[in-house]
Every structure is written in structure tokens, then in C-alpha cells.
Design a protein around this ligand. Structure first.
Ligand SMILES: C[S@@+](CC[C@H](N)C(=O)[O-])C[C@H]1O[C@@H](n2cnc3c(N)ncnc32)[C@H](O)[C@@H]1O
Length: 281
């Protein structure tokens, strides 16, 4: 599968109700997709996998991964449901272009408006996507629509997502150097779902029945080289860097290599927490 397979609308589409900020978010993910796959995905995959372990996989014949991104969870899904048809959808063409995998069908779709038949799936998962959506309860209701009665849903989102000290230093220095974000992402909605109680309430509003909702710790020890990779190849920091002209950017990066070398391992320790939920239709 190549990126050309997924014609990505880069502007809002009034006819379909697409939102300009969601188009921008998708484009942002597309331009960082390889950095995401290499540096960020390994940090969050273990917690998503722990959530997957608790889903009702027995007899699952059709499984949907909403916001599959670069498809990090697809091998795990296929291991849990080896005979199932697996479908991965995402709003970002660049992310999907890295998700191709034997036995999985991929499609460019918007989570709140799935072009999928009602009741078609036995299990649906959505990991680290819900906080991006303007109306998370409506997106969960859309997920419910495509699940069969009694089908299972697994969700993971953020309870706490703080920067390690190295990240705080990096961001402050970028700002001091006059870097700016040419494509600011829409505001996240973590405050609607950052506790088990809040996530359970969203599931209930969407007509789903929470079975278990809990906090999973997320811990990752970065080192200077990999943290440098994350901050230069992924997300807001990558875009801000690109706002500096080439000589200034090189000078900034030299300075950051030096400053990262001066830091100690605790400055690179990422300690976060996810809220996970398993629910039934
Ligand atoms: C943090 S990544 C998570 C990817 C994957 N689930 C994982 O755990 O690695 C968020 C993903 O959600 C996708 N996304 C954001 N808004 C979306 C929407 N409205 N519809 C479908 N996908 C969306 C992004 O394009 C991105 O690939």
C-alpha cells in the first residue's frame, strides 16, 4: 500500500461535515508518521497491549481498529484473533501508509462517521485516539453502531501525560529561539476522560456497558539519542524546528545535543498513566 492509495482531504469538506481542525490534525500526523512509528509507538504499545489482553476474543471473526495509526497494534490483534478479518481505519493517509500488513484491510475514514455496516464487528478497539475527537461520546456511539449485540470494545486514553524534564527544557529553549508551530493541532479533550469515572460515563452516554475501567501506569526511560530523535522527528516539536531557518536550526540542534548530554537519566524518565476500558454493546 502506498500513500497515494489514500486520497487525504487536506481542507474541510462542508458537504460531509468534515472539520478543518481535524483535517489539520490528520495532516500533522501524516508529516510525522515515520517518527511516530520509530519513536512514539514503542512507548505506548505495551499499555495498549495490556488492555487488549482483557478483551473477549473468543470466536471473534471481525475486528476493527479505529485510529489504527501506523498499525502498531495490528500484530497483537492478529495474535489474539488469528482467524479474524481485521480492519484498520484512520483519518491520516500518511499514518495508514505505514500500517499495511498481510491479512488487514485499511481504509481512510473519520472515526465519528464510519463507512461500515451496522453490527458488523465482534470486537472494536480505539487506543490513544479519543482525546483528539471533538465529540468523544458521539464517536463511541458510532463505534457501538458497528458492533454486534454483546460485541466488545477496548479503549485506552490518557489520565496523565507529563513531559520529562528533558522535554520541558527542549520546549522552553525552542520558544526562546523564536520557533513557532505553523499547524497548531486542535485542543485535546483529555479533561473529559482522564479518570476511570469520566471514561465510564462517556461509554454509558454512548450506550455501551463498561465491564472494567482502570488506570495503567506508562513508564519509559529515554536516553539522549532517542529523545533527540523523538523531538526532531515527531509532533509539535518537529514542526516548530522546521519554522527556524536552516542555519538557526542547525545551531539550535548543536546546542540541544550539548544540553541533553548534560542531563541525567531521571531527566529522561517519562512517567505517565493511561485510562483503559473494556465495555460491551
Ligand atoms: C496517538 S495516534 C494512536 C495510533 C494507534 N491507535 C496507536 O495506539 O499507536 C492517534 C491516531 O488517531 C488518528 N485520528 C485522529 N483523529 C481521527 C479521526 N477523527 N478519525 C480517525 N482517526 C483519527 C490519528 O490520525 C492518529 O493516527
Amino acid at each position: 500500500m502506498n500513500p497515494g492509495s489514500f486520497p487525504e482531504p487536506l481542507t474541510a469538506d462542508a458537504a460531509t461535515g468534515d472539520l478543518p481542525e481535524m483535517a489539520r490534525l490528520a495532516a500533522n500526523y501524516s508529516t510525522s508518521a515515520d517518527g511516530y512509528a520509530e519513536f512514539w509507538s514503542p512507548v505506548i504499545r505495551p499499555v495498549a497491549r495490556r488492555m487488549l489482553e482483557t478483551l473477549p476474543w473468543d470466536g471473534a471473526r471481525r475486528v476493527l481498529d479505529v485510529g489504527t495509526g501506523t498499525g502498531a497494534l495490528l500484530p497483537d490483534i492478529q495474535a489474539f484473533a488469528p482467524t479474524a478479518h481485521v480492519v484498520g481505519i484512520d483519518r491520516s493517509a500518511g499514518m495508514l501508509a505505514l500500517a499495511a500488513r498481510d491479512g488487514v484491510r485499511l481504509a481512510l475514514m473519520d472515526a465519528p462517521r464510519l463507512g461500515l455496516r451496522p453490527g458488523a464487528f465482534d470486537v472494536a478497539v480505539m487506543t490513544f485516539v479519543l482525546f483528539h475527537l471533538p465529540d468523544p461520546a458521539a464517536a463511541l456511539a458510532e463505534l457501538r453502531r458497528v458492533l454486534r449485540p454483546d460485541g466488545g470494545v477496548g479503549v485506552a486514553t490518557w489520565a496523565e501525560d507529563p513531559l520529562p524534564a528533558a522535554g520541558t527544557m527542549w520546549d522552553a529553549t525552542l520558544d526562546e529561539w523564536g520557533a513557532w508551530d505553523p499547524s497548531p493541532p486542535p485542543a485535546r479533550r483529555d479533561n473529559l476522560m482522564d479518570t476511570p469515572e469520566k471514561l465510564a460515563a462517556l461509554l454509558v452516554i454512548a450506550g455501551l456497558r463498561p465491564r472494567r475501567v482502570w488506570i495503567e501506569p506508562v513508564e519509559h526511560q529515554w536516553d539522549a539519542a532517542r529523545y533527540f530523535g523523538l523531538r526532531t522527528r515527531f509532533g509539535t516539536s518537529k514542526r516548530k524546528l522546521e519554522s527556524l531557518d536552516a542555519p538557526k536550526r542547525e545551531a539550535f540542534l548543536d546546542r540541544m545535543r550539548e544540553r541533553l548530554r548534560e542531563l541525567a537519566p531521571p531527566d529522561f524518565l517519562y512517567r505517565a498513566a493511561a485510562v483503559c476500558a473494556v465495555a460491551a454493546r
